[in-house]
Design a protein around this ligand. Structure first.
Ligand code: LLP
Length: 475
């Protein structure tokens, strides 16, 4: 998607973290204040690198933008960081220190948020199949809100709250029938997917929630999709939810205090996408206007707003470093795999790196695009059409489908792939018994390990029959 970039050494600041710079003398990439080669020699390759300053600044800016829009329409907002994008103790701390609440989607994510010292009342708990144990733990920990995803959960959460002797705040996740893809949205009466309840069922389900003294219903929740560029889907969904608020208020005997509009704000993974990504402030303004209009039209007070951005907060703060192992030119003329735009090139250079779909499943799962640069040097060699591939036994093990790099890219080079902060480490696997890479945080102060990588021994140790070398076999 990015073959039109004139200089394949350029680090597009709309895609790479703004603190990623090349050393003016050596051309080497620096992340924060640390060079790529120092990071690799200290922490190994592949390596996830998160820029703490960038992550914090993004979290703060996004929170402030959403709060400002809420204030403009006469209400307030809570911004939850969606931990599914990447949750470890340090990131959870950064987010809460920057004033964000934290959204967790499993008992494991809840454990991380609690271990990070996140105020439990600022945690929201999601999921379409929370176990009774998970619900019990969440209620016991004093989690601020639990999002009820199905009818059966109402009973489960009510019972847990009753047993704990508390009144648990809950939201109901509804399916507004709006499903957004990157550029447009589809609005239907019902969506055929596992999350939430059809909006038309909301009054009946809210009545069931209201029947429990141990539950406090605070509002509806919806999340229409992820990596969304256009505001129209968010707007339509918000309008549909607001339209139900008068009926819910009649059932409750008072106005419904909150509306949670989920996350899903898109980011630029490539320079080409950067053209299309709207400013969050613009999307937020349109959304807030819709809520204000809806409140007027349906004659209800403007509710407190909640949002759950994940990718837009952490995605652009992360990059992945890899080491090139092999390169291989493949002729394109007559190739079935070549896209029409590739055929201006006589060959594609396959560049194999030391990770792949185990550390970034997104290209294989979603056909996601990424942008790549040589990190350890710049080069004046003619640009080559490249595909960066991993080392797994799968033809679909692609890290960067299509980009250009200086044609002398070679074994031993360090590559940097942009915008890997969200849904890469969190979706990582051990396919082909590859250990998951560590996460290093860089900042203006240096670099520090925040999540250990795995070793082959860690993986071997999962085998009950494995004994480390030197340990006597057990009978
Ligand atoms: N809230 C709820 C209820 C969600 O389900 C999600 C994402 C979010 C918030 C955060 O969405 P974000 O702002 O990060 O787009 N693995 C996929 C994305 C799955 C998103 C799932 N839910 C990917 O890598 O593109």
């Amino acid at each position: 998607m990015t073959t039109d970039v004139s200089d394949p050494n350029e680090l597009d600041q709309r895609v790479f973290p703004p603190t990623a710079r090349r050393d003016p003398e050596t051309g080497e990439l620096r992340l924060g204040v640390v060079s790529a080669s120092t990071l690799i020699s200290q922490y190994g390759s592949p390596l996830y690198v998160l820029d703490e300053d960038v992550a914090r600044a993004r979290a703060r800016t996004i929170r402030v933008a959403l709060e400002a829009e809420a204030e403009r329409i006469g209400t307030t907002a809570t911004v939850y960081y969606a931990g599914k994008a990447l949750l470890c103790i340090d990131v959870a701390r950064w987010m809460s220190e920057e004033g964000l609440a934290v959204d967790v989607a499993s008992g494991g994510e809840l454990a991380v948020a609690l271990a990070a010292g996140v105020d439990p009342s600022r945690i929201g708990f999601h999921g379409n199949n929370k176990s009774e144990q998970e619900i019990g733990r969440a209620v016991g920990a004093g989690v601020g809100t639990i999002v009820i995803d199905s009818e059966i959960e109402t009973e489960r959460v009510a019972a847990a709250a009753r047993a704990a002797g508390i009144r648990q705040r809950v939201r109901l996740r509804v399916n507004s029938g709006v499903h957004a893809s990157t550029h447009d949205y589809l609005a239907t009466a019902h969506e055929d997917q596992k999350f939430g309840q059809p909006l038309s069922d909301a009054p009946r389900l809210v009545a069931a929630i209201l029947a429990h003294d141990s539950l406090e219903f605070v509002g509806l929740h919806c999340h229409i999709g992820s990596q969304i560029f256009a505001a129209d889907g968010f707007r339509e969904s918000a309008r549909r939810l607001m339209a139900v608020y008068p009926e819910l208020a009649r059932l409750a005997g008072h106005s419904i205090p909150e509306l949670n509009l989920g996350g899903g704000f898109g980011i630029a993974y490539t320079s080409a996408q950067a053209e299309d990504v709207p400013a969050l402030a613009d999307v937020a303004r349109e959304l807030a206007d819709m809520v204000a209009d809806g409140a007027r039209e349906f004659e209800v007070p403007v509710p407190h707003l909640a949002f759950e951005p994940g990718r837009i907060v952490i995605g652009p703060a992360g990059v992945t470093l890899y080491t090139v192992g092999t390169t291989k030119p493949v002729p394109l003329a007559g190739s079935d795999a070549a896209a029409p735009a590739d055929l201006g090139h006589s060959e594609r250079l396959y560049v194999s790196v030391d990770g792949g779909m185990s550390d970034n499943a997104r290209p294989a799962l979603y056909g996601a695009d990424y942008q790549v640069r040589i990190a350890n040097r710049t080069s004046g060699a003619d640009p080559a059409l490249v595909r960066v591939v991993g080392k797994h036994c799968e033809a679909g093990d692609i890290v960067v489908h299509r980009d250009v790099l200086p044609g002398d890219v070679r074994a031993g080079d360090t590559l940097v792939v942009a915008a890997t902060g969200a849904y890469c480490w969190s979706l990582a696997s051990n396919y082909n018994h590859l250990p998951r890479p560590p996460i290093v945080a860089v900042s203006g102060r240096g670099a520090r390990l925040i999540v250990h990588g795995e070793t082959e021994d860690d993986l071997l140790a999962k085998n009950v029959s494995w004994r480390p070398e030197g340990d006597p076999p057990t009978a």
